[in-house]
Design a protein around this ligand. Structure first.
Ligand SMILES: [Zn+2]
Length: 259
């Protein structure tokens, strides 16, 4: 059992398709169905089953630390649902092996503790992802997602995208890629797109990519991942090469999903 847990935490992929030790809780499925927009949109039943398996272990195995709010299954399952979305067809990546703790705060926060990653570290932070530490999320930034008032921001997708970026040991906006060919294409596309966003931000031109992505290449990847899952058709139309890189990485094609 300990061996299985260690394998799971450190990302041995075969654990992720194992049968759960109990049926996936019906209450959690109702939360995913009602509150996690992408759960219903996933193209295959098997994608939903995989998302449930990953949600189960995220909720059960990570340490959930609420600060100044009550945490319940709804909060845990919603956060785990979007975190699991990014991994859905990447069975090789493990379930955020360097992330043991998820801290949930009620609103934006200003505490000036040292950040170890490119999370949002300014005043009034809504979330951050530490390189070898927790993900911190403000529930006030998540709550609007439950009412389908999703604008271009999904702080859960954003912070867990940083965690994927960190998996290869650097915080440069390049997650682990499968081949040198992929890496060269990724570098070519992401460099051009990042430079274009920096220029757009300087000119005050709005694009589907939030200008916060012009901060650095790590933020660019997190912002592009948000757009990929939240505005896939527009991203594909306006930034086709970037969309293709992300589609190949996540192994999903959300521009073809319903809704
Ligand atoms: Zn960020």
């Amino acid at each position: 059992m300990l061996g299985a847990l260690v394998d799971w935490l450190f990302g041995k992929d075969e654990r992720r398709t194992d049968e759960l030790p109990e049926p996936f809780p019906a209450d959690w499925r109702r939360i995913l169905d009602g509150d996690v927009l992408h759960y219903r949109m996933l193209p295959r039943d098997e994608d939903r089953a995989q998302l449930e398996r990953d949600v189960y272990w995220l909720v059960r195995q990570k340490t959930w630390t609420p600060i100044d709010l009550e945490i319940d299954d709804r909060k845990r399952v919603v956060i785990a649902g979007y975190a699991a979305l990014l991994l859905n067809r990447r069975l090789d990546l493990g379930v955020y092996p360097r992330t043991r703790e998820i801290i949930v705060r009620p609103t934006s926060y200003n505490e000036a503790y040292k950040s170890h990653g490119p999370g949002v570290v300014g005043a009034n932070r809504l979330g951050e992802a530490w390189y070898r530490g927790p993900v911190v999320l403000a529930w006030s930034a998540i709550r609007p997602l439950l009412d389908r008032h999703a604008d271009r921001h999904n702080v859960i997708i954003h912070e867990f995208a940083h965690k994927l970026d960190f998996l290869d040991g650097s915080t440069d906006g390049t997650p682990p890629l499968e081949s040198r060919v992929d890496l060269l294409e990724w570098a070519r596309v992401f460099t051009a797109e990042f430079d274009a966003l920096v220029a757009a931000a300087d000119n005050g031109t709005r694009t589907v990519l939030d200008k916060y992505g012009a901060t650095n290449t790590a933020e660019f990847f997190a912002v592009a991942t948000e757009a990929f899952f939240c505005f896939p058709r527009r991203l594909q139309r306006e930034h086709g090469a970037l969309y293709d890189c992300l589609r190949d990485f996540f192994r999903h094609d959300p521009a073809t999903w319903p809704g």
